[in-house]
Write a protein that binds this ligand. Sequence first.
Ligand SMILES: *Cc1c(COP(=O)(O)O)cnc(C)c1O
Length: 448
Amino acid sequence: MEKKRYERPTLRKMNTGLMNKFGTKTENEPLTHIESVAVKGLLKEYGSPLFVLSERQIRRNIRNASRIFNTRYPKVQFAWSYKTNYMDAVCRTFHQEGSWAEVVSGFEYDKALNNGVPGHQIIFNGPDKTDEQLVLAARNNSLIHIDHYDELYSLIRLSNEHKLNPKVAIRVNMDTGIYPKWDRFGFNFENGQAWNALTRIVSSERLELVGLHCHIGTFMLSPNAYATAARNLCELAWSVKERYGKMVHYLDLGGGFPSTNTLKGAYLPGTDTVPSLDQFADAITDVILGYGFRPEELPLLILETGRALIDDAGYLLGTVLATKRLSDGRRATILDFGINSLFTSFWYEHKVSPAQPLGQQTEETVLYGPLCMNIDVVRESIVMPLLEKGNQVVVHQVGAYNMTQWMQFITLRPAIVLIDEENKTHLIRKAETTEYINSQELLPTHLN
Ligand SMILES: *Cc1c(COP(=O)(O)O)cnc(C)c1O
């Protein structure tokens, strides 16, 4: 039998407010393997810290979401939200599963083309599209979602100049009962702006109105908000049909479904409180099916789900650099990754597991990153076994918005590995090197 490790006893100060009626949650179950690949081996081979993605989980998520919507509605199309995670290996997995691409910049648009997505399966969203990008998107028959009047007028001018007939939709913002409202994007529903924009599109000779779009927020916890959004889009579609005699091809309800991460300050873990995808699907499809369209004119339902399809497929692996006592007696653990890699630690209480079995004893600790900055906190308070220098940890549910919002601040960004369906590992993004960062810099001759 292995010799038990000695753990010195500690006196534990009880902070008022820390306990609630559910008691403190202890996260001491070790996670030694991801998809049966040893965490220890991954860190040894690819270095620490390290992002790991499970291809199996990504495919499971998109198949599950497709099933949920397709069993409720006859015509459904998912479009992968590039900004959520635009690693090519991730995007191509979604495209293999039948997803179109949803992009919000020229950079992302080019990425989608490079990933082999046909132009007509790229949805071009966002307030920032240059004239060149608009012309390219129009020539490729991409779906251009107009965000503001300046873009609408530019597109009309460019279409006349270049004799183009772009396929367009407008992004609609509205009051769905969720505040703050995201009314900085698109045309407002309640004040008539959206209808005004639609009228201009239909009466322009060249633009072809093909759809209506909204994206009401992110990490939305209210299925009812989607029912309101769907109803408003149906109302606009119905008005277009009545007034102009044509039915739009699609309604795009955007993204925004939550993952099961726990928001900061939440009383209960996300796994217990977040509505299921079925509830969102019921809310949306009940409204569209019940609105009164004839079966043959039912619009295609497009979903731009990001976060909910990738968060639980991603892990961040790392190593304990040091432990210390803060002046108030609290335990502190310093990890080799911080907010530079884990941007979402600003709003999530990420679940963190030790990557090896440790003792039974636990203590509340602060998890800090390695940056020389006071804001670099991974978890303000977590009850964990007594981690020591060299121990390894795994952060759960980090697949969304970390591998795109991470920042090269103070240190270099880590590598990303994909575990495929046969549990083989593939490096899909190399760790950054000093050389790579320096390659973008130039020195004026007088400083050389
Ligand atoms: C970010 C974004 C999405 C994806 O949102 P999630 O909350 O990750 O599902 C979809 N559509 C648009 C327009 C977006 O900006």
